[in-house]
Design a protein around this ligand. Structure first.
Ligand code: ADP
Length: 485
């Protein structure tokens, strides 16, 4: 589950980043295109202003050839040029007013604007003649150098002046479309005489986001997450295997200690036999005519028993070749030890389909114990439960671990719903070499009991009220800080 959450988050972040980059890229393109369009239009209006100024300068003379009449042929956007001859007056009043304004400002001015038809008049007052040009805006736009394809570009371009407006390029802008993004740029053309404002707009919908890239990124993240998860799982597995190996080694060493005790017990019997046989032989030899066959038999028996004893001693020697386990008592959180043991046993428990429940009245309960010994006991108890549960159908297998305080003791119990311990077996389960399992050594519980006693605690066994075995380990409580006694 955390992996899925991490993947969703990473994918979302990536998608936001990709979407944002795409929006930035589109906006940059939009701004660059609009700036070029603005520059081209500005060049045109400045050019028109210059043409008119030149005309006013040169046309001042009485020239019957009227050079201005040739302008429409040179500049397609100039539809016609009107001249006010010396002493004459303009026919219509807007031209008259514009002439006065142009004279006052000393530059060309707009005489009339009809953006619906895409036309305007630019007038330059001069002496003796003034000139007015009628300009067609559509022909003014240098389409051949235009940065966008006018018919298909999604950018809408509008030219406006004093409440009138004219669409230069349709674009793909729906006024009601509020979902998505909108870029807008307003720029006045760079000629005071023709103060038109160029407005550019571009609308982007969700469909224009780079979905393919986003999906690709999410897929890539899924791959990365899967790889990371398998790497972490592998590391966890390795760690678990190392810990189990360590526990196994400790178990072996401890078991050898138990073995030694058991072997000392085993030695007793052959030595007694050797003694009895040699005493019998000695008695036979003391007779006047010793009877050789029973004497030989007694000595052979003694040799056989001595050999058995030698074997036991050999096993004993191997057993005592073990390093001493440190038996430093520490304050340990019982719950933490339980968690660790269950973590190590997790694959084993899963393999046997055993359900585990942990109950605890006090999760920070601390006891005085030797960490390895405590781990060892818990591990053995859990392993015994696993073995006992082999006799139970897989669907029912349950192990319960309970941690609680009991007066001045910390109590840890491990119970299972296996067959339980038969009443005649119960008193013997802690005896070294006592086992009811074929292939069992019968040393696990006796070792656990010894370890518990060495730590000032106790291990007991009983059958649960509703069946199954229950082992209960009690250890002295620690009242100091963790890690201290
Ligand atoms: P081993 O596991 O080699 O038999 P142990 O000392 O661990 O040695 O166990 C001794 C005996 O105690 C087992 O053979 C079994 O009869 C009994 N025993 C231990 N744990 C359980 C349990 N959880 N349920 C039933 N019997 C158990």
């Amino acid at each position: 589950m955390p992996w899925v959450v991490a993947w969703v988050l990473a994918s979302l972040l990536g998608a936001v980043w990709l979407g944002n980059s795409e929006l930035t890229r589109l906006k940059d393109t939009f701004s660059a295109d609009v700036r070029i369009a603005h520059r081209l239009l500005s060049q045109r209006v400045v050019q028109q202003e210059a043409v008119l100024a030149t005309l006013a300068l040169l046309g001042g003379t009485e020239d019957t050839r009227r050079p201005e009449q040739r302008l429409p042929a040179l500049y397609p956007q100039i539809l016609s040029v009107q001249r006010r001859d010396r002493d004459a007056a303009w026919a219509d009043s807007p031209l008259q007013a514009a002439e006065a304004e142009s004279r006052r400002l000393g530059r060309a001015v707009l005489a009339s604007v009809d953006l619906q038809r895409g036309r305007y008049q630019l007038l330059q007052a001069a002496q003796p003649n003034s000139f007015a040009m009628l300009i067609d805006i559509r022909s003014m736009v240098p389409w051949s150098e235009w940065p966008m394809a006018p018919d298909t570009s999604p950018v809408q371009l509008t030219l406006s002046h004093a409440g009138q407006s004219m669409r230069l390029q349709g674009g793909d802008v729906t006024p009601l479309n509020t979902l998505g993004w909108r870029f807008q740029l307003d720029k006045a053309l760079a000629a005071d005489s023709q103060p038109f404002v160029l407005t550019a707009e571009r609308q982007l919908g969700w469909g224009q986001l780079p979905w393919v890239w986003m999906a690709g990124y999410a897929l890539m993240m899924a791959g990365v997450m899967l790889a990371a998860r398998s790497l972490i799982n592998q590391r966890q597995e390795r760690h678990r295997a190392r810990e189990l190996l360590r526990l196994g080694q400790v178990a072996r060493l401890n078991t050898l200690g138990e073995l030694a005790a058991g072997m000392a017990h085993e030695l007793n019997q052959p030595l007694t036999a050797v003694l009895a046989n040699t005493q019998a032989a000695s008695r036979l030899l003391a007779e006047d005519a010793p009877d050789l066959p029973p004497l030989r038999a007694a000595l052979n028996q003694a040799v056989g028993q001595a050999q058995r004893a030698a074997e036991v001693v050999q096993r004993l020697r191997r057993a005592v070749e073990r390093p001493q386990l440190g038996s430093q008592l520490q304050a340990l959180e019982l719950q933490a030890v339980v968690d660790k043991a269950l973590y190590l046993m997790e694959p084993e428990l899963k393999r046997h389909q055993i359900g585990v429940s942990v109950t605890s009245t006090d999760s920070s309960l601390r006891v005085l114990a030797e960490p390895v010994a405590l781990e060892q006991i818990l591990h053995n108890l859990l392993m015994n439960a696993v073995q006992a549960l082999e006799e139970v159908p897989a669907v029912n297998r349950q192990v319960k671990v309970d941690v609680r305080r009991d007066a001045d003791q910390g109590r840890l119990s491990v119970s299972d719903n296996g067959p339980g311990i038969p009443v005649d077996v119960l008193p013997r389960v802690f005896e070294p070499f006592f086992t009811t399992r074929s292939g069992g050594l019968g040393l696990g519980l006796s070792l656990c009991e010894t370890l518990a006693a060495n730590m000032g605690g106790a291990l007991t066994a009983r059958n649960g009220a509703s069946g199954g075995a229950e082992f209960c380990l009690s250890l002295p409580l620690s009242l100091g800080a963790p890690g201290t006694v």
